[in-house]
Design a protein around this ligand. Sequence first.
Ligand code: ADP
Length: 480
Amino acid sequence: MLNSPRLSTLSGYWNGKFQRGETQNYFEVYNPATHEKLATLPEMGAQEAEAAVDSAEAFLAGDYDLEWRKKWLLEIAAALSTHRVEMGQIITLENGKPPVEALAEVDYAAAFYRDAAQRIHHLAPQTLPTRPRNMTWRIYHRPAGVAALITPWNFPLAMLAKKLSGAIAAGCPSVVKPSELTPLTAIAFFALLDELGLPAGLVNLVFGDAPAIGQVLCARPSVQVISFTGSTAVGRLLAAQAAPQLKRLSLELGGNAPFILFEDGDIDHAVGQLMANKFRCAGQTCVCSNRILVQANALDAFLQRLKSSVSQLRWGPGLDDYDIGPMINAAGFEKVQRHIQDALDKGAELIVGGPIADASKGHYCQPTVVLGGADDMLCLHEETFGPLIVVRAFDDEAEALRLANDTEYGLAAYLFSQDSARLERVARQLHFGHVGLNTATGPTPEAPFGGMRNSGLGREGGLEGLMEFIEVQTCPVGEP
Ligand code: ADP
């Protein structure tokens, strides 16, 4: 276990202090690289969630101006930058990603707070430049209410940053519910916030029995925003639970990203982009390319370069700085193995890698490339969330579009071609919220990011990310 001063109190946080409520239940957190037990934590539930919401609700009574919020956002960004190595080590320890990726995640998280501070002036009240009905009209950006922030394990610090930066900028107090697989990063982050002296109630933390906590967050009327990143199944459940009170939903759900290389695309560049995109967090990100579509004339050259690049990847325990760490847990490992075996059973050709039978030394998956196979292969329809690349050939633009859009998801897509008119034409017909044109980069704090169709609702990053936590109030001003 990492000897971090920021992990000395392993509990939740509300009313401005670390506490755990009355629970007598516990759960354990493991290092996915070694299966070593990292910590035993209190399993909090409905009662503790109620207390955390009470704490946030009390904060709502105050009126905190934009300069005040900006100051805290900048202080949080600075604290993350100061403690980046320690935070990075905690991320690697409980998530398994290599240190270089963990450090990049800390920097990425800090950038969300900094960026929200820089654009917060857009939330200032506005007065219409015209006078409809011979009156002054003022538009205010009010905090929507308490924000419930439910986050996943693949970016334990950054996914929280995307939400919390927007909530703080908007003036909303938050109740944070991190993944039970990676709660230590959130605890250490809250220790940083505690050291900064954030006012009681602005940030609150609870974890343990996720369904029980989720029910409280959806039921309490003061919680007006449910911001969730995770599976489509849980997103749908939260939407149903929040429906009776018509709460605002911001949902970043699953993806099934197509990566399309046209015959006029730069193959070396495309392969480089795919390697960086696909193997980040061992393939466990929602913007990882899941279906590689290559125009038939470019297929041989593409495969040759891809095979050579993938063969050079090293996988092993994160702290030893390998390229690819372990899967988060046994279920993640088994899903990847199932997808590889299913593809091979359904006629796909193995280009490099393959299944791994023995997970006793950690849930490591070999980076694997398969070619072709049947239309009903699992890896084409479900997000593999692991280092499996499936390559399929297409003949023309229409076929590429049909294959790419043949999914219920609509998060990220990537196009490679040197014909800018084609890029524009194809992007317009793709039902995805993020479309990389000759790049497979993911989101950045400065721009809105989010999914279409079953990949979610709302946007994170950019001004849109702040507006998720804002209720607009319009005040026409009559004569006294
Ligand atoms: P994954 O399968 O990637 O872990 P999940 O959607 O299960 O994705 O989890 C994402 C987040 O949602 C985690 O913080 C998890 O604890 C939380 N979660 C899971 N089920 C529920 C639920 N019923 N209500 C509220 N939160 C939940």
